[in-house]
Design a protein around this ligand. Structure first.
Ligand SMILES: Nc1ncnc2c1ncn2[C@@H]1O[C@H](COP(=O)(O)OP(=O)(O)O)[C@@H](O)[C@H]1O
Ligand SMILES: [Mg+2]
Length: 279
């Protein structure tokens, strides 16, 4: 059974506004927030909405472990694009993109970063003449450096019907590390912070995912400790065990305690989350 999603009117409204604006001229939206707050969930919804609105969607989800792989992100972005989108490009650009996609390697030349970036921009502009385009990257902070160069180059030169939607995991102590993403006009790029879920929202997520209800006092405590973060709330609810509401182990009062309780089953996401929250 598909998971029920708690609606997020603010974030979903920002996405709808982005798609509206992009039907006239380039527009970008950065969904920022801490790990587990719900960025990827909003991002996936946005992809669905864009497809419903007949956008051509180019998407990539990055992973920290792949951030050292040259052009991994760009290859994902171009992975669903029909080859006809670049067959008529100048040979240097076509060859560069074919190398990125590992369709060709004559082994004689280094991949020309400028040709890749120019080719990528040409593909986007060509696609945008047929239908509006959504360029979407989840966890932009981990985009590999080669892809970052191509995306930055293209974004600064965008024309036509193109939306750029990215998520960025933010460490509050450091701030954004993705200031390199710019559009021709700075005012066309907006940032929206993904908000914590309310007590009611967290209760719905927890009961839906765990298939059992949690008493209101415990949910109030979970909401307090998690700060409205659904990932953290789910982890907290899981350590409570399956006893009747109100029974079971006392709740860990900090994230560090939670991780100690969950050690052994701790996921890499929890690890990332802890790094993010400095526990
Ligand atoms: N609106 C929502 N409704 C239901 N569950 C949600 C919602 N937002 C996030 N979640 C759940 O919370 C967890 C973390 O969400 P995710 O989107 O992966 O966060 P992030 O990308 O910010 O790390 C996931 O298990 C996700 O399914
Ligand atoms: Mg995510």
């Amino acid at each position: 059974m598909p998971l029920r999603l708690v609606s997020r009117p603010g974030e979903d409204g920002a996405v709808a506004g982005l798609l509206d604006r992009a039907c006239a001229s380039p527009s970008a939206l950065v969904l920022e927030g801490e790990a587990g707050i719900g960025k990827t969930t909003v991002w996936f919804n946005a992809l669905d909405l864009a497809r419903q609105r007949a956008f051509t969607v180019l998407s990539a989800r990055t992973a920290e472990t792949e951030s050292v792989l040259a052009y991994a992100g760009l290859a994902d972005l171009l992975g669903t694009v029909d080859v006809s989108a670049w067959t008529n490009l100048p040979p240097a650009q076509r060859l560069a993109l074919e190398r990125v996609l590992l369709h060709s390697d004559d082994g004689r030349h280094e991949t020309d970063r400028r040709a890749v970036a120019a080719g990528f921009l040409s593909v986007i502009e060509g696609l945008a003449q047929q239908a509006p385009v959504l360029l979407a990257v989840d966890d932009l902070q981990w985009l590999d450096a080669s892809s970052r160069h191509a995306v930055a180059f293209a974004a600064r030169r965008l024309r036509g019907r193109v939306a750029v939607l990215v998520t960025e995991r933010i460490d509050p102590a450091v701030g954004s590390t993705c200031a390199w993403l710019q559009l021709p006009r700075p005012e066309d790029l907006t940032r929206v912070r993904v908000r914590p879920l309310s007590l009611g929202g967290l209760t719905a997520v927890v009961s839906d995912r765990l298939g059992r209800s949690v008493s209101r006092p415990k949910m109030v405590r979970i909401a307090e400790i998690s700060g409205g973060n659904p990932f953290y709330a789910l982890e907290l609810a899981r350590v409570m065990g399956t006893g009747p509401a109100g029974a079971g182990a006392p709740l860990p009062s900090t994230l560090a305690d939670l991780v100690r309780t969950r050690v052994g089953s701790v996921t890499s996401d929890v690890g990332n989350f802890c790094w993010q929250r400095r526990v």
